[in-house]
Design a protein around this ligand. Structure first.
Ligand code: NAD
Length: 493
């Protein structure tokens, strides 16, 4: 589990700088190669800790983020020795504590940091702007490259001419060659510096915030490339210092277009697989078939082992946008007129999944006005405290719009930013108000525990709606002795 957790600090004034802080940090870490990690979010925050605990090199690591209300607190928090993310992976705390002890991790908002970097790792966000109908149908989308380009300009205007820049941000294919490279050349040339000695690589993250957060960076397969041979070789050399490449060998692709495409293809494939199951869920419900049993039977065939299960919808920062980045790139960077229509359609279908889940339940339980409903989980994914683009938000809106009184529990989320809601983390407090309906909305492991199943059983007769297939057949059988259970995609119940 992981969640960014923040306190509020007074923002620096526009004239403030942090040169003294950076100089002091570097003077305490003489002769270590300097890595600057740009962006201290879910990826960059933990990547900076992995670099500070590199396998075969001792780096001085500076994390840089923006002095904005959304991000400044992360900078302060790291420097004050308080990890700004809550994680179920104990290695995250361990790595942070070790870095604090060694004194080789520092965070700042001052772009002066780039002037000292031997390596810059780009982990900023690159968002897709979507427009949808009230029913959740995707009507239009666009990709504003300006903030990402601005981040690259900040590097280009300050970096050393010999720097290695590795882009990890998920970008539209074509970005490194067509956007990053020209910005870097221009920035160096404007400062009368040579434009042929920097190296530019691309190596996307497969990081999975959750119980294997660190391992998903350090003990996992990586794909990489460079804009030229030297860039690819230098990128590989660096990756070998932070990843256990003896066990997880690197894969080099032909160029940055290829690695950029690999990332968005991976996520488009997954989004498509999920979208595919949406109509089969409806079909199974109509036909009185338990789709979970069907999928489990099919999954035994190695060729079909990753067929998805039914669900409430797709959330998180990546799967909800990456197919659109690809389609946008085809039209805007590669110069073709056609979109990637199947990939766009997958996002469109997935965006509507919470509405399908709501309508399915409304058909069974039409008197929702005034009903007290408890959601178990607001995060988009089990054992993770990330509410970005969580499908639970849309479900919450649908139930609230028909007058249901919705309260939410989530062991990993204290404050639900998108809904501006404090989340009570004690489940017993929620259960003591005797909800009429409990909806299982996130697959947090603790919801499967005997203790919680027993607490649900102890309630007065209620309706339990499992939107993600969390309950096992035995748990359903047990709870059904007292309650009504409905599982999305299980037409036999
Ligand atoms: N979250 C995941 O699980 C995951 C997994 C794999 C890949 N990715 C990709 O990694 C990238 C980062 O994702 P994330 O989840 O960490 O995003 P995030 O929004 O949590 O973090 C991005 C950070 O970058 C900072 N930032 C933006 N512009 C900046 C600038 N000019 N200078 C310094 N900092 C700047 C933001 O303030 C923010 O703190 C995205 O491209 C995402 O698609 C994410």
């Amino acid at each position: 589990m992981s969640q960014l957790t923040g306190a509020s600090y007074q923002l620096p004034k526009s004239s403030d700088d942090d040169k003294a802080g950076i100089d002091d940090f570097l003077s305490r870490n003489p002769s270590k190669p300097v890595i600057v990690v740009q962006g201290l979010g879910f990826v960059g925050g933990v990547m900076s800790l992995v670099c500070a605990n590199a396998i075969s090199c001792e780096y001085a690591v500076i994390g840089i983020d923006l002095p904005t209300p959304e991000s400044y607190w992360k900078i302060r928090s790291f420097n004050e020795g308080v990890l700004p993310l809550k994680s179920s992976d104990s290695k995250v705390t361990e790595y942070f504590e070790r870095a604090c002890k060694k004194g080789n991790h520092y965070t700042t908002f001052d772009t002066y940091a780039y002037a000292h970097a031997d390596i810059v790792i780009v982990d900023v966000n690159l968002d897709v702007q979507k427009q949808s109908s009230p029913e959740g149908e995707l009507s239009e989308f666009d990709v504003d490259m300006a903030p990402f380009s601005g981040a690259i300009e900040a590097i280009a205007n300050n970096c050393k001419p010999s720097v290695l820049i590795i882009v990890e941000t998920t970008v539209p294919p074509g970005t490194c060659e067509k956007i990053v490279l020209p910005i870097l050349r221009r920035g160096l040339s404007d400062r009368n510096l040579p434009t042929d000695s920097f190296r530019l690589g691309h190596s996307y993250e497969r990081v999975m915030p959750g119980p294997n957060y660190i391992d998903s960076i350090q003990n996992y397969y990586r794909v990489y490339s460079g804009v030229d041979e030297e860039s690819a070789v230098t990128t590989e050399k660096f990756l070998k210092t932070i990843i256990h490449t003896d066990e997880y060998p690197l894969t080099r692709l032909q160029g940055t277009n290829a690695t950029e495409m690999a990332k968005v293809l991976e996520n488009s494939y997954r989004a498509m697989n999920i979208a595919f199951m949406v109509e089969w869920s409806r079909f199974a419900e109509e036909a009185g078939v338990n789709l979970y049993d069907v999928v489990n039977a099919i999954r035994l065939r190695p060729t079909h082992s990753n067929l998805m299960y039914p669900g409430i919808g797709v959330g998180g920062y990546c799967l909800t946008k990456d197919a659109l980045l690809a389609s946008w790139a085809r039209q805007n960077l590669i110069g073709k007129r056609q979109p990637l229509s199947q990939s766009e359609s997958a996002i469109n279908i997935n965006d509507q999944m919470p509405r399908f889940s709501f309508e399915y339940f409304q058909n069974i339980y039409p008197k929702l006005k005034g009903a007290r409903i408890l959601f178990l989980g607001v995060s988009y994914r089990g054992d993770v405290g990330d509410t970005r683009y969580s499908p639970v938000e849309k479900l919450f809106n649908y139930f609230s719009a028909v007058g249901a009184i919705v309260t939410c529990h989530d062991p990993y989320v204290k404050y639900w930013d998108e809904k501006s809601l404090e989340i009570e983390q004690d489940l017993n407090t929620h259960l003591s108000i005797s909800p009429d309906i409990i909806i299982i909305t996130t697959g947090h492991s603790i919801y499967k525990s005997k203790k919680i199943i027993d607490s649900l059983f102890a309630l007065n007769t209620i309706f339990i709606y499992d939107t993600i297939g969390l309950l096992s057949a035995d748990q359903i059988k047990f709870l059904e002795q007292k309650h009504t259970i409905k599982v999305l995609g299980r037409g036999d119940l």
